[in-house]
Write a protein that binds this ligand. Structure first.
Ligand SMILES: [Zn+2]
Ligand SMILES: [Zn+2]
Length: 207
C-alpha cells in the first residue's frame, strides 16, 4: 500500500468531470462508497436513493468539491433530482432510501485538520486554483485521504426509519403569456389574469 503511483485515487472520468484532482474530491468519493456499503446497496442508477449533502451555501469553498465525489460514487445527482443541499456548513452527508434506512457520514475533524495543514491547502491559500497546485502537493493530500480506512476518515450514524419521501412534480405545463416559453403550471404565477413565468412576473433572476 506504500506505492500509490499506479493506483487510481478516483476514476479518470470523475477527474475529467470535476476538472481537477483534489483531496476533497477523493474524500467525497470515499464518503459515498462508505455510505453505500453501510446501506448494503449498489450505486444508484435511477431515483431510488437520495443524498443530502450538508455543506450548502452559495459562497465558494474548496470543501464543496466533495459533493462531486459523493454524486459520482452514489449515483445521486443534481440532474436526477436526488441530490439535496442542506445549508449546515459541514462536510457530511446523509444517504437515504425512501421508506427504508439511511446513514449519515461525517468527515472526522482530525482529517480536516490534517488536510488544512497539507501543502495542498497552503498553495490554495496562496491563491492558486486547484488545477494549478503542484502535482506533488495534490498527490500528497489526495493520497493521504485515499490511504485512510473508512473508519479513520468518517464517523457514521445509522437511521432505521426514513420518513422522507420525494415529491413528484405535476407534469402539466403551460406557455408564459409574455415570453411564450413553456413553464410548468405549478411554477407559473398569475398576474392581472395572465399566466406568467416567474422572470416575466418580475421575480429575481440569476444574472
Ligand atoms: Zn476539487
Ligand atoms: Zn415568461
Amino acid at each position: 500500500m506504500e506505492d500509490q503511483r499506479d493506483q487510481k485515487l478516483v476514476p479518470d472520468w470523475l477527474v475529467e468531470f470535476h476538472g481537477h484532482l483534489c483531496p476533497f474530491l477523493v474524500a467525497g468519493w470515499r464518503m459515498g462508497q462508505a455510505a453505500l456499503s453501510h446501506l448494503g446497496v449498489a450505486r444508484e442508477r435511477d431515483q431510488g436513493l437520495f443524498l443530502f449533502a450538508e455543506l450548502g451555501g452559495e459562497a465558494l469553498r474548496p470543501q464543496s468539491c466533495f459533493e462531486d465525489g459523493l454524486q459520482a460514487a452514489t449515483g445521486c445527482t443534481a440532474g436526477k433530482g436526488t441530490l439535496r443541499r442542506l445549508d449546515f456548513g459541514k462536510v457530511a452527508a446523509v444517504l437515504a432510501q425512501p421508506g427504508g434506512i439511511a446513514v449519515r457520514v461525517a468527515l472526522r475533524p482530525e482529517v480536516c485538520d490534517v488536510l488544512a495543514q497539507a501543502d495542498y491547502a497552503l498553495e490554495r491559500r496562496q491563491g492558486k486554483p486547484a488545477s494549478a497546485v503542484s502535482p506533488a502537493a495534490i498527490a500528497d493530500a489526495a493520497g493521504r485521504v485515499a490511504r485512510m480506512t473508512a473508519d479513520e476518515l468518517f464517523s457514521f450514524e445509522k437511521f432505521s426509519v426514513v420518513h422522507f419521501s420525494p415529491e413528484v412534480a405535476n407534469p402539466a405545463r403551460t406557455r408564459c403569456a409574455n415570453c411564450g416559453e413553456y413553464v410548468f403550471e405549478q411554477d407559473a404565477v398569475t398576474s392581472d389574469g395572465r399566466v406568467l413565468c416567474r422572470p416575466c412576473a418580475g421575480h429575481p433572476t440569476a444574472v
